[in-house]
Design a protein around this ligand. Structure first.
Ligand SMILES: Cc1cc2nc3c(=O)[nH]c(=O)nc-3n(C[C@H](O)[C@H](O)[C@H](O)COP(=O)(O)OP(=O)(O)OC[C@H]3O[C@@H](n4cnc5c(N)ncnc54)[C@H](O)[C@@H]3O)c2cc1C
Length: 402
């Protein structure tokens, strides 16, 4: 049975992540929101600290996802690295989600490598910062329809295509690029390749200007005859039409709970700040009285908190299942859908509750409302998560329920 208490062994990590968020992220939040595309140099010191923590068995970023089961305990409940990362990510995003996404060596590409790479590749890419490139000008939600091609040429693959909206694409050491070995064979032919940023033909076209997470760079690439060694293909080069998309989709089972954690962290920041402002304004929030007997502001606040709690519990469940090697695609999508939507709703309602104070730049409430929207879009939109949940519950395939 799932145990909802935060395991005692993670208390120190949660505390450290919170401290880092309070001391490194919060003070730089507004600065890098305004200085879009400027690398937050303060992160280098924090990244070095986190590397030290990781070496000692800790660490708190998106890139440190591990397949469940590295812990020694053979049976019973296992609270492992997925739950640990989830809790760390919540704390860090309480500080600033854009800055967390800018942390060296903590990219979504690192999560992909951790999920599908073989042992030799895991070792080779250790310490590298990896971004993730799936989206193309003609393909977003329908990632199975990507057009970037990979053609075998001796010991190399030659990649051609275009990739857009690549988080940390400019700053990362390498990018995990999804490409198809043979479009006629459908999703099963899609493989991921690690492409070093300085590979000839891998051209940065531009960086995007955005509504939120402006501290994080978002890159557009063109791949023009990019040659990557065959050993850079993650997982198996075989095209297994039985397995279909399963290989690459495994990544999402690990990363979606983390994106949910990001939304949960930002939403908690908004709730805390709003509560402070409400109390300052003399609004009393009473947990011993029904919401409908309290002021409209207090009742709204209680409702938002309940929504937050539901998202939090779903995310814990998804990470716990990954740690215990239980298939968690359904729970990962449920957590992402709930937290993505709640994150956006809560942060925007907090702006509303704080009125003009919430809308101005005197607090971070307006920024958090902007930052949270992306968490309901990337790694699969709200609608796509709902589609996945529906397919799982109804036992339908992707061709039966589109
Ligand atoms: C800031 C930012 C960072 C990003 N980072 C990355 C990254 O690092 N790597 C990467 O590969 N991509 C990244 N993305 C891309 C992101 O994952 C896509 O934007 C997302 O998957 C949606 O794709 P799309 O924008 O093409 O929208 P579309 O797929 O065109 O969807 C448009 C709308 O239609 C809805 N929709 C689509 N299909 C269905 C359906 N079958 N049923 C119901 N509704 C549907 C969608 O939910 C959405 O509301 C990033 C995007 C942004 C904005």
């Amino acid at each position: 049975m799932i145990n909802l208490e935060v395991p005692r062994k993670f208390a120190q990590l949660v505390d450290q992540a919170h401290q880092a968020a309070a001391e490194f992220f919060r003070p730089n939040s507004r600065k890098y929101d305004q200085a879009e595309h400027t690398y937050p140099k303060e992160l280098d010191m924090l990244a070095a600290l986190l590397d030290g923590l990781s070496a000692a068995g800790g660490g708190a970023g998106a890139g440190g996802v591990r397949r469940g089961g590295t812990e020694k305990k053979a049976d019973g409940n296992r609270n492992g690295s997925n739950l640990q990362l989830l809790l760390g990510t919540i704390e860090m995003c309480w500080g600033d989600v854009g800055l967390l996404l800018s942390m060296p060596r903590q990219g979504l590409g690192n999560a992909a490598i951790a999920s599908v790479a073989n042992d030799e590749q895991l070792k080779r890419y250790e310490g590298k910062w990896a971004a993730m490139a799936i989206t193309e000008p003609d393909t977003g939600s329908d990632s199975g329809a990507i057009r970037t091609t990979a053609v075998r040429d001796g010991d190399y693959y030659v990649l051609n295509g275009e990739k857009i909206f690549v988080t940390s694409g400019e700053r990362a050491d390498c990018v995990v690029v999804w490409a198809t070995l043979d479009r006629s064979l459908g999703k099963a032919a899609i493989k991921s390749f690690v492409v070093d940023r300085d590979t000839p033909g891998f051209e940065l076209v531009r960086l995007e200007h955005k509504l939120g997470i402006r501290a994080s760079d978002t890159a557009h690439f063109r791949l023009d005859n990019v040659r990557v060694h065959k050993d850079n293909l993650l997982g198996s080069p075989e095209i297994n039409t039985e397995q279909g998309f399963a290989g690459v989709m495994q990544t999402f089972d690990n990363t979606r709970p983390l994106v949910a954690a990001m939304a949960i962290g930002v939403a908690r920041a908004s709730l805390e700040e709003t509560r402070r402002l409400l109390e300052e304004a003399g609004v009393d929030i009473d947990y011993d009285r029904p919401a409908f007997t309290q002021s409209a502001a207090a009742a709204t606040y209680l409702q938002l908190e309940a929504d937050w709690e539901a998202a939090y519990l779903l995310a814990l469940e998804a990470a716990w299942m990954a740690d215990n090697r239980k298939p968690n695609s359904l729970q990962a999508s449920m957590a992402k859908a709930k937290a993505g939507r709640s994150g956006s709703d809560i942060t925007l309602r907090c702006v509303e509750l704080a009125g003009s104070v919430g809308y101005g730049e005197g607090t971070l409430l307006e920024k958090w409302a902007r930052d949270s929207k992306i968490l309901d879009i990337f790694e699969g939109t709200q609608q796509i998560q709902q589609l996945i949940v529906a397919r799982r519950l109804l036992g339908k395939s992707s061709s039966e329920l589109k």
